[in-house]
Design a protein around this ligand. Structure first.
Ligand SMILES: NC(=O)c1ccc[n+]([C@@H]2O[C@H](COP(=O)([O-])OP(=O)(O)OC[C@H]3O[C@@H](n4cnc5c(N)ncnc54)[C@H](OP(=O)(O)O)[C@@H]3O)[C@@H](O)[C@H]2O)c1
Length: 291
């Protein structure tokens, strides 16, 4: 931990304010002048330590948003926050959090300092795939992890953040689904099931929020080159790199760009669902490899 940081918790989770070095210590948070500060939206990004979440942090930082960055790997978040402060003079609040731990999510959201509690945009991005086994040969631990993080984690964070949005009369939930939620692929069974659940949850949420100004969007990408495949294959980098071999996948920045577009429409416009894939991909199972 650096100067001026503070933490709370039982070792499973913690909340940290990233701050500038000691010379600026008199500020609780680094912030722009008050006029700009009052205009800023508070954006909570789960899974901000890598890939699409990290790219979202950069694009929203560039727009002057205030960022709550959540993930399990705190050191990654600290490195990112330090970079964002230098590049964009952004105001960040770091939360070390496992979204699949319901009580940790509840505590993390309910313990946000007042100046961070009025979340305007929640990007439910934390998620993973594990394994590519046929279902009858599948690993139970892999299944539990995907279901706990991709479905239950998304639900927990939404359940604790959304009431504030409804009572304040403003907010936007952006769920990161996948084309895997639209089409299954061999060995994708449980991962595809979790993303199909995200699709249904987003649709249900839109219905439940009718009559409120809170918006709901599902952004559903095809192949994006991130640490996703490395995580899927439990750290096997060789196998992971083959996924993207001979084709041009989406970058995390491509996806963040679409998410930012959805978040910056006029308040009466709701983009319900966006499916995006590389030109080199036509479906969950069809890709164009040049080599
Ligand atoms: N890459 C693709 O081709 C692709 C395509 C469609 C959809 N997606 C979806 O996009 C989202 C982001 O994935 P990515 O491609 O950017 O992969 P990534 O680079 O592996 O990033 C995944 C992020 O999720 C976080 N995360 C995982 N489990 C978590 C947990 N229990 N609690 C909190 N954070 C957790 C990770 O942080 P920590 O490990 O530090 O916790 C990491 O920041 C996922 O929902 C994924 O399903 C990806």
């Amino acid at each position: 931990m650096g100067n001026g940081e503070w933490g709370v918790g039982n070792g499973k989770w913690g909340i940290y304010n990233y701050q500038l070095p000691i010379t600026n210590y008199q500020f609780t948070h680094y912030q722009l002048p008050i006029n700009n500060y009052q205009m800023k939206k508070i954006v909570l990004i789960t899974g901000a330590s890598s890939g699409i979440g990290e790219a979202c942090a950069k694009v929203f930082a560039d727009s002057g948003a205030r960022l709550i960055l959540a993930a399990r790997r705190l050191e990654r978040l600290q490195k990112l926050a330090s970079q964002l402060v230098q590049e964009f003079a952004v105001d960040t609040h770091l939360v070390q959090l496992d979204v699949s731990n319901r009580s940790a999510v509840e505590t993390a959201i309910s313990s946000l300092p007042t100046e961070w509690s009025d979340i305007d945009i929640l990007i439910n991005n934390a998620g993973l795939s594990r394994g590519l086994d046929k279902l009858h040969e599948g690993d139970f631990q892999d299944w539990e992890e995907m279901i706990d993080i991709n479905i239950k984690g998304l639900l927990y964070v939404t359940r604790y953040v959304l009431p504030g949005m409804v009572s304040r009369g403003r907010g936007h939930i952006i769920n990161i689904g996948s084309i895997a939620g639209h089409q299954a692929y061999p060995g994708g069974n449980v991962y595809c099931g979790t993303k199909a659940a995200v699709k249904s949850i987003s649709e249900g949420l839109k219905l439940d929020l009718l009559g409120t100004p809170v918006r709901v969007t599902s952004v559903d990408p095809g192949m994006v080159e991130t640490e996703f495949s490395e995580v899927r294959f439990h750290g096997d980098e060789g196998r992971a790199s083959k996924v993207y071999q001979g084709l041009t996948p989406l970058t995390p920045e491509d996806v963040a760009d679409v998410i930012f577009f959805c978040a910056t429409r006029k308040p009466h416009v709701n983009i319900n669902e966006v499916i995006l894939m590389p030109v080199d991909q036509a479906s969950a199972t069809m890709v164009n490899r040049r080599s």
